[in-house]
Design a protein around this ligand. Structure first.
Ligand SMILES: Cc1cc2nc3c(=O)[nH]c(=O)nc-3n(C[C@H](O)[C@H](O)[C@H](O)COP(=O)(O)OP(=O)(O)OC[C@H]3O[C@@H](n4cnc5c(N)ncnc54)[C@H](O)[C@@H]3O)c2cc1C
Length: 444
């Protein structure tokens, strides 16, 4: 392996953008004397890292297993039929089209060879790098109960969102045709596991679909009679928010008819049923919004990871023992000033992506790197059509004002003018009519 790696590195430093087979490997070489920066992941962290290098004298390769960047905070709106996939996702090539020093590769990275300074792609190709920014995000964690995944899918990608939309809309359609009342009750029971922002947002949106959007559209069922249960194992929903905002969100959910079960731990889960302690529930639709774990790529680095698989990074975001490899975003386990672990949120990912790129440029210029400092702009979650909670540290807002702020912030951060306009118009229409424009059942 060592000799192959040496050949690979030698070729990489001299040659051209061609693929060469070497002893069972294919190598993509890179054609310039400028340092080659590889960025894995075109999410919030990876894109910000690439953009921060737009004026740097480097060649950048962005590798992602999808051809698009997804604005994950609005995935729940695709899952609940309010927005289309195209409203919240854009091709990575299009986003970076004006940046001359970037090329984009559609490929899944299967491993990082930290010592050999190369990443391995799904077809066995090795792509050498001088500097690596690893930003593949997180995956769902079922806390060791991986068989639960088939019965309680989570929400991370556009495919997940379309699958949840299909399951949810199909439940109403099946209930309409069902003559057995117990089975109908099961079909009209929706359980969300995990009371963080995603669980709360999904529960609120589902309640509005059942109570308003579908109210007069069925003959044999009353969608309003649907049970929507939000289950949180910890003492409270929205644990990262102050108590006053949690209470406001709890009240808003209950007004929408959502049952909020706190300190309720799911102990068993199988197809269409689950147990919460001694209570057994039959529910056709069960959605997982409870746990995340770092991408398995973190473990392939061979450096220490925390209990959820995040790579424990240095204060300049590099990997211990590998100053040319940075890990950023949801995969980075970063302990903030004051000993607090930074949460897996978009702002952390964006700021870390930018900071890692600046440190990389410093290293190329043989200057010392600087420690990452997070500037926390605040925390937001929406509950249904016209209620949100927002905590900016210096101010706390809830209700309709919070919701207007939530709209403003999310529109500002969406990529692309077309998306912004389209989303704003659809939100305005759905606010006035309670309708959801994308109630389509596909992929049956
Ligand atoms: C449903 C949901 C709602 C959320 N709501 C909010 C919110 O309201 N506010 C907030 O601040 N944060 C929210 N978050 C969290 C936020 O989206 C993440 O913290 C952020 O996306 C992390 O950015 P990242 O770049 O690290 O990872 P991601 O944005 O997940 O990007 C990772 C990229 O890497 C690619 N990738 C992964 N593995 C590989 C591989 N092996 N090979 C090649 N490419 C790979 C993926 O395709 C993806 O494009 C939410 C997340 C979810 C899932």
């Amino acid at each position: 392996m060592d000799s192959i790696d040496t050949v690979v590195r030698l070729l990489a430093s001299n040659c051209t953008g061609v693929r060469r087979p070497i002893a069972g490997y294919v190598l993509i070489t890179h054609m310039s004397a400028r340092p080659h920066v590889v960025i894995v992941g075109g999410g919030f962290a990876g894109l910000n890292a690439a953009r921060a290098l737009r004026r740097a004298d480097v060649d950048i390769t962005v590798v992602d297993r999808h051809n698009h960047h997804v604005f994950q905070p609005l995935l729940y709106q695709v899952a609940t039929a309010a927005l289309s996939p195209g409203d919240i996702a854009s091709p990575i090539r299009w986003i970076l089209r004006r940046q001359r020093n970037v090329r984009v590769l559609l490929a899944t990275v299967t491993a990082v060879e930290a010592a050999g300074k190369a990443i391995v792609l799904d077809d066995g190709t090795r792509l050498p790098f001088d500097h690596l920014i690893l930003a593949p995000g997180a995956a769902h964690s079922y806390f060791g109960k991986d068989d639960w995944a088939a019965h309680a899918p989570g929400l991370k990608t556009l495919d997940d969102a379309l699958e949840l939309r299909r399951r949810m809309l199909m439940a109403f359609e099946k209930a309409e045709r069902e003559s057995d009342s117990a089975r109908r009750r099961e079909l009209l029971t929706f359980v969300l596991i995990g009371g963080g922002p995603t669980g709360v947002e999904l529960a609120g949106a589902l309640a509005e679909i059942a109570r308003h959007t579908l109210r007069e559209e069925f003959d044999n069922i009353d969608p309003e009679s649907s049970r929507i249960i939000l289950i949180e194992a910890g003492p409270s929903i929205l644990p990262s928010f102050p108590e006053s905002l949690r209470a406001s969100a709890r009240r808003a959910l209950r007004r929408l008819g959502v049952e909020v079960w706190e300190q309720a731990k799911v102990t068993a889960l199988e197809r269409h049923r689950l147990a919460v302690g001694d209570t057994h529930l039959e529910a056709h639709t069960i959605i997982w919004a409870a746990g995340v774990a770092g991408s398995p790529l973190g473990a392939s680095l061979g450096v220490p990871v925390d209990r959820v698989g995040r790579v424990i990074v240095e204060e300049d975001l590099s990997v211990p023992g590998h100053p040319d490899i940075y890990v950023v975003g949801d995969l980075a386990g970063f302990t903030h000033q004051g000993g607090r672990q930074l949460p897996g949120v978009a702002q952390v990912a964006k700021q870390q992506g930018t900071h890692a790129s600046r440190n990389l440029v410093r290293r190329i210029g043989q200057r010392s790197t600087t420690a990452f400092r997070y500037r926390d702009p605040g925390n937001m979650a929406t509950v249904g059509r016209a209620h949100a909670v927002a905590d900016f540290g210096w101010a706390r807002v809830s209700g309709f004002t919070g919701w207007l702020l939530w709209i403003f912030v999310h529109i500002m951060f969406l990529v692309g003018f077309r998306s912004r306009l389209s989303v704003l118009l659809q939100w305005a229409a759905s606010y006035m009519t309670y309708q959801r424009s994308v109630r389509l059942i596909t992929r049956r």
